[in-house]
Design a protein around this ligand. Structure first.
Ligand SMILES: Cc1cc2nc3c(=O)[nH]c(=O)nc-3n(C[C@H](O)[C@H](O)[C@H](O)COP(=O)(O)OP(=O)(O)OC[C@H]3O[C@@H](n4cnc5c(N)ncnc54)[C@H](O)[C@@H]3O)c2cc1C
Length: 455
């Protein structure tokens, strides 16, 4: 059956910076045992939970309750993207988009074919929030403020009639024979509460309570490991380069579980390396790095893609044309940072005062090797970048990815970071939340409409 037609969209909103009032009283309905009865309860007031609740309510579902365990919903949205919220990425083709998800990958082709970054841009625009694309494809709110994104979601939820309750956590969910769930909640001061829901969405992000709820409802879990972190390189002697950016740099890791390669900008930190190429590398290698306790060897090609033959020809021309110049004062190519070249000379024991004409064959070989294939011992996981996600979660094979419905428990839907899906940095993690939340919201409203039609 087709999903019911969307009711008319709420009127376009002006750019919103103020947080609207959160709580709306929904029509009170109880089941025969006197428990409050909701058509849908969404546990988790993050981006995925808001999207699921708003979409279901806008599609016609009436009693929608959104629970957030902390006092402030959308907490991660508010701190995301350095306070600017990188909402999505200008990667319009789902076939390219899936390449940005170390966990999820091709399985996400179906979901992204139904709700892609272009749909995210339109969805927010229809609700008064315009996004602007940066040179690297990341999309941010025009206001440059994450609070605008949070305000837009809260206003859309309120307009659609979603009831938001904060500082209330879902603690247990018990399936009822014949359909629906009996839910146990814990509110402020530990107050216990019970209610019933016809359908349930778990949108609890990486919080352990959500994983426990999913497991209690029959789901298998891939153990969580961190993703998107920097690398600590003890003893690499590069601390003095902190703050320097090199681009492009090719990085490689050879681990028991496979070979990982990434190329792009790299940022030197006091303890090691960061920057987009490092974060992509650690995202794709997250599990394999955990398996070796974050101790291994990092291969680095500083040469910007120059081949061995290119470099030999370049060095020959430098020995001839810059014969009287000192090595420390004349680097092989202008984009090779002076400070990095000095460190490489020092690491290879080459005197920076030596003239290019006097460079021996052995010294040349060692410098070319350092430029093309340096190896540094990784001594651990460094601090996270601006973004940080957990790899692992509910196994995708247990999900119907067209609807985000559980294959284990009727009436249950799982969305967002709770699933074994994570993306690299650049807005891809939120995109998965928008997509999975939207698909769940549509499917829930459609199944409710089907049920009321057949009853
Ligand atoms: C510092 C930082 C910056 C980031 N920046 C970006 C960015 O710019 N772009 C991007 O794409 N991604 C970014 N990310 C990643 C992104 O924030 C997450 O992927 C995303 O928030 C996951 O959304 P979610 O709705 O699945 O979970 P969450 O955002 O974690 O929301 C889940 C919510 O559920 C609540 N909850 C948990 N358990 C319960 C319960 N039992 N009952 C009720 N409520 C519960 C939690 O309190 C939480 O509010 C960033 C992450 C971090 C940490």
């Amino acid at each position: 059956m087709l999903p019911p037609a969307l009711p008319q969209r709420p009127p376009l909103l002006p750019q919103i910076d103020a947080e609207p009032d959160a709580e709306l009283a929904a029509e009170s309905v109880t089941d025969p045992a006197g428990l409050p009865l909701w058509d849908l309860v969404v546990a988790g007031g993050g981006p995925a939970g808001f999207m699921a609740a708003i979409t279901a309510a806008e599609a016609g579902l009436r009693r929608v309750l959104l629970l957030e365990s902390t006092p402030t919903p959308l907490g991660k949205v508010l701190i995301s993207g350095g306070g600017r919220c990188n909402v999505t990425h200008a990667c319009w083709d789902p076939r390219s988009l899936v390449g940005h998800y170390p966990r999820g990958g091709k399985a996400l082709l179906g979901p992204f074919s139904r709700f892609a970054p272009g749909d995210t841009v339109s969805w927010f625009a229809e609700r008064g929030l315009s996004l602007v694309e940066e040179d690297d494809g990341r999309l941010f709110p025009t206001s440059n403020r994450a609070s605008s994104v949070a305000a837009s979601l809260r206003t859309a939820a309120q307009a659609a009639g979603v009831t938001l309750r904060t500082a209330v956590a879902l603690q247990a969910a018990e399936p009822i024979q014949g359909g629906g769930f009996r839910l146990a909640l814990r509110g402020p001061g530990g107050a216990q509460e019970r209610l019933q829901a016809r359908q349930l969405v778990l949108a609890t992000g990486s919080h352990p309570s959500g994983r426990r709820l999913a497991a209690d409802l029959g789901h298998g879990l891939v153990p969580p490991v961190p993703s998107l972190f920097t690398l600590a390189l003890a003893g690499a002697g590069m601390g003095e380069l902190a703050g320097l950016v090199m681009d492009p740099v090719e990085l490689s890791l050879e681990l028991a579980e496979g070979r990982f390669r990434q190329s792009g900008p790299v940022l030197f930190t006091h303890r090691g390396l960061s920057g987009p190429a490092v974060l992509r590398l650690t995202a794709f290698a997250a599990r394999s790095l955990k398996a070796v306790s974050y101790r291994c060897e990092l291969g680095v090609d500083w040469s910007g893609g120059r081949s061995q033959a290119d470099l030999e020809a370049l060095f020959a021309s430098l020995r001839r044309d810059q014969a009287r110049k000192q090595l420390g004062g004349w680097r092989p190519w202008p984009e090779l940072a002076r400070r990095l070249w000095s460190v490489l000379l020092e690491q290879q024991g080459v005197d920076p005062l030596q003239r290019w004409a006097d460079l021996s064959r052995l010294q040349q070989q060692r410098l070319i090797q350092a430029l093309r294939a340096s190896r540094y011992p990784v001594s651990g996981r460094g601090p996270f970048g601006e973004e940080f996600v957990t790899a692992g979660g509910v196994t995708l094979t247990e999900m119907n990815l067209a609807t985000m419905a559980s294959r284990k428990q009727a009436g249950l839907y799982l969305v967002g970071e709770l699933l074994d899906v994570d993306g690299v940095t650049g807005g891809f993690n939120f995109q998965h939340c928008w997509t999975s939340g939207w698909l769940a919201g549509r499917a829930i409203a459609a199944s409710a409409a089907e049920e009321s039609f057949s009853s």
